[in-house]
Design a binder for this molecule. Structure first.
Ligand SMILES: [Zn+2]
Ligand SMILES: [Zn+2]
Length: 180
């Protein structure tokens, strides 16, 4: 949703409260959810206030990603989320001003906008993207799939040793053999 700065009232704009919570579901549409296959925004809050031309953004989100474990390929569902604060300062603004904002508020993200309005989906997506895991595992302790016999080592112990590691074709043969 594109919000003009002139639309933001003095008391601030509670975006999803005023536009309807249903719009949350569509915020991440068209975004690349990797390493997840699917990513859903379950809940989000975004409060926009304007102060001296700067847009202060206070928000939080709850998301739910679905995908497959990098090590054992089992399905994984991972809820994640966080609260965040960002200040967007007009691009044209004197750099010294932005720097002073940065000095005062070390915990805040400081970004820029064109001075006219902000795209709230981009703001949320950026926060979600920063929080996406690098890799997806079903658990930190996941032992993965044995490269020799193809068994899921979380469920079944095998007696293979790393020295037996075959080429990819042997693994394929083994996998086929198990299915037939
Ligand atoms: Zn796993
Ligand atoms: Zn094995």
């Amino acid at each position: 949703m594109y919000i003009r700065v002139s639309e933001i009232p003095g008391g601030g704009l509670d975006l999803f409260a005023s536009r309807g919570k249903a719009s949350i579901l569509r915020v991440l549409e068209g975004m690349d959810p990797a390493p997840f296959r699917e990513l859903r925004l379950v809940d989000a809050d975004l409060l926009l206030t304007v102060e001296g031309g700067d847009v202060w953004i206070e928000g939080s989100f709850e998301a739910r990603g679905e995908g497959f474990c990098d090590r054992c390929s089992d399905p994984v569902t991972l809820p994640f989320g966080k609260a965040f604060q960002t200040i967007l300062t007009p691009k044209s603004r004197d750099r010294a001003v932005a720097a002073s904002v940065e000095l005062h508020e070390e915990d805040l993200d400081v970004g820029y906008y064109d001075g006219k309005g902000v795209e709230t989906n981009d703001i949320l997506w950026e926060q979600v993207a920063l929080d996406l895991p690098q890799t997806l595992v079903c658990s930190e302790a996941c032992r993965g799939v044995c490269p020799v016999c193809g068994k899921n080592r979380n469920r079944e112990a095998c007696s293979c040793t790393a020295g037996d590691a075959p080429g990819p074709f042997d693994i394929l043969k083994n996998l086929k053999g198990e299915k037939e």
